[in-house]
Design a protein around this ligand. Structure first.
Ligand code: UN1
Length: 497
């Protein structure tokens, strides 16, 4: 199956069968490809080429650059099923979500095409006669993109589509766990480049398949002015100081510990459905996964009962076969989940679910039933992001207490409240409400659309990707003062003669 998908996506066989690094499918632990890892020297050579590509690409007018992204979006539309299937095979998310991820790519391409005609600056009033000031936005350079296994294609596309229309070249280091998806995206982009014609330089976009050494080479190189990294807070701790040490810029989209406040006035039917999708979907492996349910004491028992019932009805298994929950990425993820659940039990918390499933059928595939932990308080365990389907349930009496719990974690990605009380809803999204980058009312914390800026505060890293005015992060800002008079007055009224 993988062979024919890769062929249709245009990936040459030598690229995914050539090397000695084995890629496994989490669906059954079987080998699906072999790739060649690159060393620091090879990465340096790629950066050289990315620089030349940048020099050519920045000269192409932005709306023309948009045309390339439009053609790429067309490729994605044409190959949505194949790429969605590859996402499912390589990272294990269910096919519906694989398709959803490709749709996010298509959506950002559409946005970027329009944006390519709207890379606008300001005109600013000058204090001096016969002068004008303006702000211009210019292409930045080769952009380094580091992405995680759990969303192997969409976050790359959020960055790539905007970075391309902004006139930059791309160097993409995907997770070692999902290199095939990256090779497939690259192949589709290359097809779009071929259709687009000679104006697109050959090395406009490159994929770096490698481990730590390759990543460090990218983060340390001053010729790469911006590193956009999606992944764990641990990874961010490694990347950010290295980029900062050379005064590079970074966009960091790191771990989350996303909560839902469930108020007594909430529509419980809606809330339970939202909990199910956001806590259990993607087997708990989204950065926006619901990890903490902060529920009012008066509805706690009813909500817990309904959520447990909903959990019991969730189908777990082959992600291509219409189940709602696929496998965890690997054995390590499974062990981590089990060790956290064991600690929760030691602390006296009641634990529901979390057991391994289908081990006989898939001895090398790590399927689990989603877990609920009835936590006593918000201790270190709850404050840590475990990348698995564990939902901690906490109880509150007053709204202030709920708000304090929501904010009292190191991460600040996404959050939501279910309430029909307009005062609570508005307070939640106000200056004194949620401290997260995303704060929703009556929808879950995950599944954001690309039109908004995506990212969060605190240990989530502070970066923003996708919509709104995020395009500015991929450009350099320049302030211009132009004197069209015959005098040379100085600002601030300074006389110098
Ligand atoms: C991620 O898990 O890294 O909001 C990204 C969401 C998706 C993106 C998740 N649109 O859940």
């Amino acid at each position: 199956m993988i062979g024919s998908i890769m062929q249709r996506l245009g990936v040459e066989e030598s690229l995914y069968r050539g090397g000695d690094y084995v890629v496994f499918s989490p669906t059954d632990g079987g080998e699906i490809g072999r790739v060649q890892l690159e060393n620091a020297e090879q990465v340096k050579a790629r950066i050289d080429r990315a620089q030349s590509a940048f020099d050519a690409w920045r000269r192409v007018p932005a709306p023309r650059r948009g045309e390339l992204v439009r053609l790429f979006g067309e490729q994605l539309r044409r190959h949505k099923e194949d790429l969605g299937t590859l996402v499912t095979l390589e990272c294990g998310k269910i096919y519906q979500e694989g398709l959803g991820e490709v749709q996010e790519m298509i959506d950002i391409c559409d946005l970027a095409v329009g944006q390519s005609r709207q890379l606008y600056g300001l005109t600013i009033a000058s204090e001096r006669p016969g002068h004008h000031m303006r702000e211009s936005w210019h292409p930045l350079g080769p952009i380094g993109l580091i992405t995680a296994f759990n969303f192997p294609v969409a976050p790359w596309a959020w960055n790539a589509a905007l970075a391309l229309v902004c006139g930059n070249s791309l160097l993409w280091k995907p997770s070692e766990k999902t290199p095939l998806c990256a090779l497939a995206c690259q192949a589709l982009l290359e097809r779009a480049m071929q259709e687009f014609g000679e104006e697109a330089p050959k090395d406009l976009s490159q994929v770096i398949i490698g481990e730590r050494e390759a990543g460090e080479c990218l983060t340390d190189d001053p010729r790469v002015p911006l590193i956009s990294a999606t992944g764990s807070t641990r990874m961010g701790h490694q990347v950010a100081p290295r980029v900062a040490a050379r005064f590079g810029r970074s966009i960091l989209e790191l771990g989350g510990n996303n909560a839902m406040i469930l108020a007594p006035s909430a529509d419980l039917d809606m809330a339970v459905r939202a909990i199910l999708f956001s806590a259990v979907g993607t087997a708990g492996q989204r950065c926006t996964t619901l990890r903490r349910l902060i529920v009012h004491a008066s509805v706690r028992d009813e909500v817990l009962e309904r959520v447990k019932k909903a959990y019991a009805g969730v189908t777990i298994g082959d992600p291509m076969a219409g189940n709602l929950v696929g496998p965890l990425i690997d054995a390590q993820a499974f062990e981590q989940m089990q060790s956290v659940l064991a600690k929760a039990r030691e602390r006296g918390c009641r634990v529901f679910g979390g057991e391994r499933q289908l081990a006989d059928q898939y001895p090398d595939g790590y399927y689990v039933s989603p877990a609920i932990v009835e936590a006593e308080g918000q201790d270190e365990l709850v404050k840590n992001e475990t990348f698995a389907p564990i939902l901690y349930v906490l109880t509150y009496d007053t709204f202030d207490e709920a708000m304090a719990l929501q904010n009292d974690v190191p991460q600040g990605l996404s959050s939501c409240i279910f309430t029909t009380d307009v005062r609570e809803a508005e307070t939640f999204v106000s200056d004194v409400g949620s401290d997260c980058g995303i704060a929703n009312v009556n929808i879950g914390p995950s599944g954001a659309e690309i039109g908004g800026a995506f990212g969060g505060e605190k240990e989530t890293g502070g970066g923003r990707e996708s919509g709104s005015d995020v395009w500015k992060s991929y450009m350099r800002r320049q302030t211009n003062t132009v004197n069209y008079s015959r005098e040379l007055p100085l600002a601030q009224g300074i006389k110098f003669d």
